[in-house]
Structures are given as structure tokens and as C-alpha cells.
Ligand binder design. Structure first.
Ligand SMILES: C[S@@+](CC[C@H](N)C(=O)[O-])C[C@H]1O[C@@H](n2cnc3c(N)ncnc32)[C@H](O)[C@@H]1O
Length: 196
């Protein structure tokens, strides 16, 4: 990525990276861990895409947790917390095919600019039996509608999907998809086909 190029909503996150953890509550550990258990393999190497300061990565265990984010300020904060962090566009991951056990995208898919290509890239990077875990906000729920309106008012270019629509996109990327809704929040998990 070139130094000055900004994609998705990254310019704002770059500016506010130092303050991000002061205002955003910790990620839902139980939900992320339960979603990762859908994998048909051990979870050792994980990419936390749109991972920001590492808030999502901090909520689960894995021997290698790599934060991938397009905002330099966010990757700097993730590094300060001890995570390996890579500055890259979610729609063009600098990782080989079938090189990771899981990809998490926590509260970030609606910001990335090209969600379909982001999902396709995650699917490409997954090893057989690995999982893509997406935590998102449901724009059809009353609180989700407020979040969507608030983000647009703020100037974010966010695109939110209803759980079944995002589940369909994950399935179209070749993954075995399921979703779980909890009020205005939901998680979609997609598992890559196994070796058999
Ligand atoms: C709301 S933050 C979520 C960060 C983290 N996942 C969390 O749960 O705290 C959204 C993140 O997505 C990143 N982002 C936006 N567009 C991106 C893109 N195209 N590629 C990679 N990261 C992107 C932003 O820089 C920001 O760090």
C-alpha cells in the first residue's frame, strides 16, 4: 500500500487510533471463541482483518494472531500491544492461499469499501476446515438502524448487511455458512471445505 492512499473509512481511524481503545468496549470473547470452534482444524494462525488496535485479536487465543489493517495509526497501536501487525487492504491480503486457520473481521466489514472482495480474499487465505468469523451490526434491527444512521451522519461510508444477506455472500465465496443473531449484533461463520 502506498503511504498516502486511503481506502474505506481508514482516514478517520488513522486520525483517532490513539484514542480508539478509550471509547470502544472490549470485544465479545465468548462469541468469538464459540464461532472459532466451528473450525474443523486446530486454530493456530489467525488474521484479524480490519483488526484496528487488536481489540478483536485480544479476545481469543491462538499461537499466531496477525492484525491486518489499512490505517497506519491502528497498526501502530496493535504493535504497541505486542501483536504482529500488517498494513494492507482487506480486499488484497498479502498472504498466500490456504495459509491461515481462521480470519476474523470484527466490527469492520461495513467499513472496508469492497466487502465481497474482502470475503473472497479471506476464503482464499483459509486452510481446509478453517473458518471466517464476521461480527457485524444488523441494520434491520432498531438499534442497528440507529448505528447505521449515526455512522452516515458522522461521514462514514459504511455498508451494513442483514444477517441472511451476509450469510449468502459468505456461502457464495465457497464457505459453509451459518449465522447467529443477538439483538442488533450478529456473527456469521463460514467454514472452508475440508480435504475429503
Ligand atoms: C470499527 S474499526 C474495528 C477495529 C477492530 N476490528 C475492533 O473490533 O476494534 C474498523 C477498522 O477497519 C479498518 N479498515 C477500514 N477499511 C479497511 C480496509 N479496506 N482494509 C483494511 N482495514 C480497513 C479501519 O482502519 C479500522 O481499524
Amino acid at each position: 500500500m502506498s503511504g498516502s492512499h486511503s481506502i474505506g473509512d481508514t482516514a478517520t481511524f488513522d486520525r483517532f487510533a490513539r484514542f480508539y481503545d478509550w471509547v470502544v468496549p472490549t470485544a465479545d470473547e465468548d462469541e468469538l471463541r464459540a464461532a472459532l470452534e466451528f473450525a474443523d482444524r486446530d486454530i493456530e494462525r489467525v488474521l484479524d482483518v480490519g483488526g484496528g488496535t487488536g481489540r478483536g485479536a485480544a479476545a481469543f487465543d491462538a499461537s499466531e494472531r496477525i492484525v491486518v489493517d489499512a490505517a497506519e495509526g491502528m497498526t501502530r497501536q496493535a504493535c504497541r500491544k505486542g501483536f504482529e501487525a500488517v498494513r494492507a487492504d482487506a480486499a488484497s491480503l498479502p498472504f498466500a492461499d490456504e495459509s491461515v486457520d481462521a480470519v476474523t473481521i470484527v466490527d469492520a466489514l461495513h467499513h472496508v469499501g469492497d466487502p465481497e472482495e474482502t470475503i473472497a480474499e479471506a476464503a482464499r487465505a483459509l486452510r481446509p476446515g478453517g473458518v471466517l468469523v464476521i461480527w457485524e451490526i444488523d441494520p434491520t434491527a432498531p438499534v442497528g438502524r440507529l448505528v447505521e444512521a449515526g455512522e452516515h451522519l458522522y461521514g462514514f461510508d459504511s455498508t451494513f448487511f442483514a444477517p441472511e444477506d451476509l450469510g449468502r455472500k459468505v456461502a457464495e465465496a465457497g464457505l459453509d455458512a451459518k449465522f447467529r443473531s443477538r439483538g442488533f449484533e450478529y456473527t456469521v461463520v463460514g467454514r472452508a471445505p475440508g480435504n475429503d
